[in-house]
Design a protein around this ligand. Structure first.
Ligand code: OGA
Ligand code: MN
Length: 294
């Protein structure tokens, strides 16, 4: 059976029904989901009680899984999940909410800033798939903003101005925005900035989008304050309500999105409550711009 997709806003985001994605899919079902992603940018599936293995198996229909190394300050010995599962929960190894001043927690608060997953990697991510294993009642929504629609709404002068710009992205910049800057020499080396195009063209639909992200901290050839003011201004423009879908979680929702065309962020919630969210990420297949030699 092929799934049905219902639009969630006038612009993007779709809710999928009529499919059990915890079980193996046929080629037709996978193609229907890919086509839905190209059109809607974010798809919501309800009642999918995944195990980690099932989530990884579903994710692999869309490409190679991204390894989580280099994406956070959690030491391998402190990780709850296997290295292909990004732990987006607020939990420690003891399955309890992290202490208020825990470094891992403070680092993860960066997810409250609009971002695109892995834009800090030389080859940035294609899709993210987030499974709500234990969700919270209040707050903790995931908001998405459509950077294709936002690009389309720019005036021609701004479109021309950004067309060939190249930005530097790094976790150093996004965490620095929240004042989290006590990084070790090892972390600074791991989070070395990478270059990304400002304007991306989707490989299937040909639509252009702005590749904004809180990880973006420089524009090549621009004074830093001018670049930051510009990035902030365009991010404010691109995340106005008409470009946003806010997802309110229910347990066992699975939400997948295209990082090439969307921004997302989590809204604040009571961090003493358990919120167990687990993400698989589909690796991209190309750089967006040539990288500098190391
Ligand atoms: C993510 C992320 C937001 C959330 O999984 O990449 O930013 O709602 N999560 O936890
Ligand atoms: Mn994210």
């Amino acid at each position: 059976m092929t799934p049905t997709i219902r639009p969630l806003t006038a612009v993007f985001a779709g809710e999928v029904s009529g499919i059990d994605i915890t079980q193996p899919l046929n080629a037709e079902q996978v193609a229907a989901i890919e086509a839905g992603m190209d059109r809607y940018g974010v798809l919501v599936f309800h009642d999918q009680p995944f195990t980690d293995e099932q989530q990884k198996a579903f994710s692999r229909n869309f490409g190679e899984l991204e390894h989580t190394a280099g994406g956070n300050v959690t030491k391998p010995s402190e990780k709850r999940l296997d290295p292909y599962m990004a732990d987006v929960s607020n939990l420690g190894l003891d399955h309890k909410p992290l202490a208020r001043d825990d470094r891992k927690r403070m680092f993860n608060l960066g997810n409250q800033l609009w971002h695109s997953d892995s834009s800090f990697r030389a080859v940035p991510a294609k899709y993210s798939l987030l499974s709500g294993r234990v969700t919270v009642e209040k707050g903790g929504q995931t908001q998405f903003a459509d950077m294709r629609a936002a690009y389309d709404a720019l005036d021609d002068e701004t479109k021309a101005q950004i067309e060939d710009l190249i930005c530097e992205h790094s976790l150093i910049y996004s965490r620095g925005l929240l004042g989290f800057d006590d990084l070790t020499a090892e972390e600074l080396a791991m989070f070395k900035p990478v270059r990304q195009r400002f304007v991306r063209t989707h490989p299937v639909t040909g639509r252009k989008s702005m590749y904004l992200s809180s990880h973006a901290g420089k524009i090549i050839g621009w004074p830093v304050p001018e670049a930051r003011a510009f990035l902030r201004d365009l991010t404010e423009f691109a995340t106005q309500p008409q470009f946003v879908y806010a997802h309110t979680w229910k347990q066992y929702d699975l939400v997948m999105w295209d990082n090439r065309t969307l921004l997302h962020r989590v809204t604040r919630f009571d961090d003493t409550k358990v919120r167990d969210m687990r993400r698989t990420t589909i690796a991209g297949d190309a750089v967006t711009v040539a990288q500098l030699a190391a």
